[in-house]
Design a protein around this ligand. Structure first.
Ligand code: PLP
Length: 359
């Protein structure tokens, strides 16, 4: 069976080596030495001023909204994983959808201003499939209207824009280290910011607001991660560049072998200086074609994923649904093809043959 993704696991001994230390110390969580080591390593790799390793990418989004004290309307993309919208709703804010650019599939900055009301406080946009948003246009609008910017960078680990980490844009960026992501710690996530004051708030918020054992800075939540998860991260991290370069090779193979007249690929933001190849999405001519392709692949035990589907403006807990024609159209006919470290060239060939014959 070939699935859309397959978690990369390092040689078992490289993980168990860390376990020995955990057993010796009998210390499993609360900013343990492995959590601190991983946090520092990632901060340096990602090239950001402040970085917090937390227990998942959804709590990272929730803490970002809390740290910025957002309570009103949040302009957001309908084309993302459900956590982007659900975290806004969960924090008692109102998602206001802004449609996507049909080429990059990221939020369309030319539509942002029309959605701004006196209650708008922030923009939460996703670097879709690791492809950076048009961050300059977004920043310009945010500055003009006094809005804060949060990037859901769950897909963008390692992506660079203008020679610097994409996490350096916006007030806060969040990451996910879920087992299906490019870099993972089993479950896990991250919060990046270059703002000292925000970093100060986040450092308390992710640890119940504790200021010493008996004092509290303010309200907080449990965003901490454990030594067991950090050990996974530390043993996966040395392979990150290899994981990215193998994905680049496989993506290029797909590009060469797929019938490009029929499978359209999203356009990369032109200033992207390093793309992490987190996913391999193709936009098919219609949902009917997508279903045919999916059936034919499934019959050969190959399971691509309709990611992202459905468009988030259609969720049943969105109280004032707005039509999002571009996002709804793309969601109905986008498919992520299998892409992972140990996918073989032959398997890509098998997948593209079935696809080309279905089109
Ligand atoms: C995976 C993902 C999340 C959620 O991350 P978890 O670590 O699973 O909580 C949020 N946003 C996007 C775009 C994602 O792909």
């Amino acid at each position: 069976m070939i699935n859309v993704t397959r978690t990369f696991l390092p040689p078992l001994e490289e993980y168990t080596r860390y376990l020995q230390g955990i057993w010796d110390r009998v210390y499993l969580t609360n900013a343990g030495p492995l959590v601190v080591e991983l946090e520092n390593l990632l901060k340096e790799y990602l090239g950001v001023r402040h970085f917090f390793y937390v227990n998942n990418g959804t709590i990272a989004l929730q803490i970002a909204l809390k740290a910025l004290d957002i309570r009103g309307e949040v302009l957001t993309t309908p084309f993302s994983y459900v956590a982007t919208t659900s975290s806004i709703v969960w924090e008692g804010c109102v998602p206001v959808f802004v449609d996507i650019d049909p080429e990059t599939l990221c939020i369309d900055p030319t539509l942002l201003e029309a959605a701004i009301t006196p209650r708008t406080q922030a923009i939460m946009a996703t670097h879709v499939y690791g492809n950076p948003c048009n961050v300059e246009a977004i920043e310009e609008i945010a500055n003009r209207h006094g809005l804060r910017v949060i990037y859901d960078a769950a897909h963008a680990f390692g992506t660079q824009l203008n020679g610097t980490s994409v996490l350096n844009y916006g007030d806060i960026s969040t990451l996910s280290f879920h087992a299906t992501k490019l870099f993972h710690t089993g479950e896990g996530g991250g919060i990046a910011t270059n703002d000292d004051e925000l970093a100060h708030r986040i450092s308390y918020m992710r640890n119940f607001g504790h200021n010493g054992p008996e004092a509290f800075w303010g309200v907080g939540v449990n965003g901490k991660s454990s030594e067991l998860h950090a050990a996974m991260g530390l043993s996966v991290f040395p392979y990150v560049e290899q994981l990215i370069s193998r994905r680049q090779e496989l993506s290029q193979l797909y590009d060469e072998q797929l019938d490009g007249h029929i499978c359209r690929r999203p356009l990369l933001q032109p200033e992207t200086s390093k793309y992490n190849c987190a996913y391999y999405p193709v936009v098919l001519p219609s949902e009917k074609v997508l279903l045919t392709v999916q059936n034919n692949l499934n019959a050969a035990d190959i399971f691509p994923r309709r990611y992202f589907y459905p468009s988030l403006n259609t969720l049943n807990y969105v109280t004032s649904p707005q039509p999002m024609p571009v996002s709804e159209d793309i969601s109905s006919r986008v498919l992520c093809l299998p892409l992972y470290y140990d996918l073989s060239d032959d398997q890509v060939h098998q997948i593209t043959e079935i696809m080309n014959a279905s089109l």
